[in-house]
Design a protein around this ligand. Structure first.
Ligand code: PLP
Length: 217
C-alpha cells in the first residue's frame, strides 16, 4: 500500500460518512521505519507524522525537518514524566495523557514556557491491565482535572483491544468525548481507520498501511 492509496481510501470513507473531505487528519506513524521509507513519504509532500517514543523521534526528526521543512509531529506512545519537557519541545500534539502526575508535569512546564502542545487524553476503553489510559469511569473527572490546570485538551484517544470489534470502542470514545464537550477523536489504525472515520475520528494513526510492515530487530 502507499500514501496515495490510503489518502484515497480516507477521502472515500469521509464521503460515505457525509463528512467534508480533509476533515480527518492522517497521521503517518513512522516508528521503527527505515529512513528511506519516511523520506519517500516526505517527498510526496506529507507533513504529519507520529512516533511512539520520544528518544527515537529526537534521533530522526530534527534532521528530517532541516531537509524537508517543519512537520506536524504527534506523540502517540506512552510518555514518562521525566521526558515531558523533551516531548513538549519536539511534538506539536501529545495523544497519551493518561495520569494526574503527567498532567501536572505538562501544566508546570506550560506555565513556565508559555507554550503547550495540543493534548489528547488516552482512554483504556477495553480496560486491559497491560494498556495505558484512564478507565472509562474516570474520564469525566480526569478531563475536568486537566481543564482545571488550563491544559489544552483537544480530545480523547484509544487503542482498542486487538481481539475485539473496534467499532464498539470507537462508539464509546465518541460518546465520552461528546458528553465532555471535546471535539477531537484520535482513533483508527491501518486495519480499521475507515471504521473510525464513520464514528467521527478527527485523527487516524496509520503506520504499516502507508510504509509497509515494520522491520524490527
Ligand atoms: C504503531 C501505532 C499505530 C499504527 O499502527 P499500524 O497498525 O501500523 O497502523 C497507531 N497508534 C499507535 C498508538 C501506535 O503505537
Amino acid at each position: 500500500m502507499s500514501l496515495t492509496e490510503i489518502t484515497t481510501r480516507l477521502h472515500a470513507a469521509e464521503a460515505v460518512a457525509d463528512r467534508p473531505e480533509g476533515s480527518t487528519t492522517l497521521i503517518a506513524i513512522s516508528k521503527v521505519q527505515p529512513p528511506e521509507r519516511i523520506e519517500a513519504v516526505l517527498e510526496q509532500g506529507h507533513r504529519v507524522f507520529g512516533e511512539n517514543k520520544v528518544q527515537e523521534a529526537q534521533g530522526k526528526w530534527p534532521a528530517f525537518q532541516e531537509r524537508f521543512g517543519k512537520c506536524e509531529l504527534h506523540l502517540v506512545g506512552p510518555l514518562q514524566s521525566n521526558k515531558t519537557r523533551a516531548a513538549m519541545e519536539l511534538f506539536d500534539v501529545i495523544h497519551s495523557v493518561d495520569r494526574p502526575k503527567l498532567a501536572g508535569a505538562l501544566a508546570r512546564i506550560a506555565q513556565e514556557t508559555g507554550a503547550c502542545p495540543d493534548l489528547f487524553i488516552q482512554v483504556n476503553t477495553g480496560e486491559e491491565d497491560q494498556k495505558a489510559g484512564v478507565l472509562p469511569a474516570e474520564v469525566d473527572a480526569f478531563v475536568a482535572e486537566c481543564r482545571g490546570m488550563d491544559l489544552p485538551i483537544l480530545g480523547l484517544m484509544c487503542i482498542p483491544p486487538v481481539d475485539e470489534e473496534p467499532s464498539l470502542h470507537f462508539a464509546l470514545l465518541a460518546k465520552m468525548a461528546e458528553r465532555n464537550g471535546l471535539r477531537g477523536l484520535s482513533m483508527g489504525m491501518s486495519s480499521d481507520f475507515e471504521k473510525a472515520v464513520s464514528f467521527g475520528a478527527t485523527h487516524v494513526r496509520v503506520g504499516s498501511a502507508i510504509f509497509g510492515e515494520r522491520v524490527t530487530g
